[in-house]
Design a protein around this ligand. Structure first.
Ligand SMILES: Nc1ncnc2c1ncn2[C@@H]1O[C@H](COP(=O)(O)OP(=O)(O)O)[C@@H](O)[C@H]1O
Ligand SMILES: O=C(CO)[C@@H](O)[C@H](O)COP(=O)(O)O
Length: 467
């Protein structure tokens, strides 16, 4: 029986699943933590991957890596990092992004050129930041990779070997210098961002092309961005929207055509199957819940019962969850706010409920932004770390006003990477059919009024605090 491994090198940890290549059945799992912070030495990802994959990766027939998107891995001519990688949730590049938008002539120009209007998260803005703030490091930059590209390269042997650095359409589409519509790099935008410098970029592989082999002989597939990995792991179809609640909150869908949203809210990414993946990303999801649990002296498991004990609307408390700044809406310097405090409503139950409602109202806005780009949401999946809390799916159905599908907890990003590895191994034009795990279907409440009131309260609080 051929086996394949999928790696999810995401913000908080590295997760690995080993699957039966024919059926997708998960046979083994591994995990290792990543440190906190918005910059990190790439070597730390590699150590975590080896720790998570200890004893697993040596035996598989193929492997692929899905990674957190956008991170800037800048390498010198010997393939060594010139500095720690700047990660997607590092907001120092917010001004650089705004300047780039102006330099090209406005958001419409970016939406037209690469499908995405730069914000602090996008790689092109991080390059501009590097050129402006650390010009010596910029001068030493000979090559630019994304986190998953760098790990894929290490798996194939890395610098000093015959292995070639590669990427895929999905992750390339999050750089701001690769056009999903044209399927080509925009080196002019790279130069615009990097003060005229044009470092080497990885070759963009097709969906089931191989990157190389590990020293143990396993085929290494192209890999992709983590959201594209989740889409492949779930096997989504047009009409499905995925809400992923990890460190980031993302809402994304499959599209047969490229999307370019001049408002900048929807990023017009490519997917891992040759199609497109319009996506809205927020900076604040699962950590809103873990931070609230910590503040209340509770635990993640304790937060759900507390939130359930409060009435919808949390007695008038509204949490604007912009704890790490925010990407959508684009408020990189914002902090979180709690509004509507009254003597009568200051109970842990209302705080817990306000945290879940705040996180999900932000995602409901993301869903609306997708719909505004003609994305239909006939089925809404909820996945990611925070989806493990049953209360999240329940309150989501109320706030979204739609039925919600919560698949059995699984590492869907890693599963998607494993499926891509199985696809590269098979070499067939379509990925192997892997059935979706059992799902929990949560109906929307018959009376939508409570959900609407929660969203109105959230919109009012946001207007009050952020104008
Ligand atoms: N039962 C749970 N309830 C709520 N949140 C949870 C639960 N289990 C894990 N989490 C949260 O999920 C997050 C990790 O999710 P994950 O999707 O792996 O994130 P990332 O992909 O960004 O590394 C952590 O912030 C953790 O607090
Ligand atoms: O920036 C984005 C998407 O555009 C994020 O979704 C990152 O890809 C990080 O994902 P998580 O580690 O939070 O899952």
């Amino acid at each position: 029986m051929p086996t394949v491994a999928g790696v999810d090198s995401s913000t908080q940890s590295c997760k690995i699943v080993v699957c039966d290549a024919d059926t997708g059945e998960v046979l083994h799992r591994g995990r290792a933590a990543h440190p906190d912070g918005t910059e990190i030495a790439p070597e730390v990802w590699w150590q975590a991957l080896r720790e998570a994959g200890d004893g697993l990766l040596e035996e598989v027939d193929a492997v692929a890596v899905a990674g957190q998107q956008h991170g800037l891995v800048a390498l010198d001519s010997a393939g060594r990092p010139v500095r720690d990688a700047l990660l997607w949730h590092d907001t120092r590049s917010a001004q650089a992004a705004a300047d780039l938008v102006e330099d090209l002539g406005g958001p419409e120009k970016w939406a037209e050129a690469v499908g995405t209007v730069p914000v602090a998260a996008i790689t092109v803005a991080k390059l501009r930041w590097l050129a402006e703030h650390e010009p010596r490091a910029a001068d030493r930059t000979d090559r630019v990779l994304l986190p998953h590209d760098w790990l894929t390269w290490q798996l194939c042997g890395g610098p000093g070997t015959s292995a070639e650095p590669v990427t895929d359409r999905g992750d390339a589409s999050g750089t701001g210098y690769w056009s999903p519509a044209e399927g080509a790099y925009r080196r002019d935008l790279l130069a615009l961002a990097f003060d005229g410098r044009t470092p080497e970029l990885p070759r963009v592989l097709g969906p089931y092309e191989a990157a190389g082999r590990t020293p143990h002989g396993a085929l290494v597939a192209a890999g992709t961005g983590d959201n594209m990995g989740a889409a492949l792991g779930l096997g989504i179809r047009p009409g499905d929207v995925v809400i992923s609640l990890g460190t980031s909150g993302t809402a994304f869908a499959l599209s047969e055509h490229p999307v370019g949203d001049p408002t900048g809210a929807v990023a017009g990414f490519a997917d891992a199957t040759g199609r497109f993946l319009p996506l809205v990303c927020t900076l604040n999801a699962a950590r809103v819940l873990s931070s609230t649990a910590r503040m209340l002296g509770s635990t993640l498991d304790g937060l759900g019962p507390l939130a359930r004990a409060a009435e919808p609307g949390a007695g008038g408390l509204v949490l604007l969850p912009y704890l790490g700044g925010e990407r959508t809406p684009n408020l990189p310097d914002a902090a979180g706010s709690l509004t509507g405090l009254r003597t009568a409503n200051m109970h842990p139950q209302n705080f817990a409920r306000a945290a879940v409602e705040g996180m999900l109202c932000n995602m409901a806005d993301a869903l609306d932004r997708l719909r505004a780009q003609d994305v239909s949401a006939r089925r809404v999946f909820i996945i990611g770390g925070a989806a493990k809390a049953p209360v999240v799916g329940e309150i989501a159905a109320e706030i979204f006003g739609t039925p919600v599908t919560v698949p059995e907890p699984e590492e869907y990003v890693a599963l998607g990477a494993a499926r891509q590895a199985a696809w590269a191994l098979a070499g067939t034009p379509r990925p192997p059919h892997w059935p979706l795990a059992a799902t929990r279907e949560i109906a929307a409440p018959a009376d939508a009024s409570a959900g609407l009131r929660i969203r109105e309260g959230y919109a009012r609080a946001r207007a009050l605090v952020h104008g």
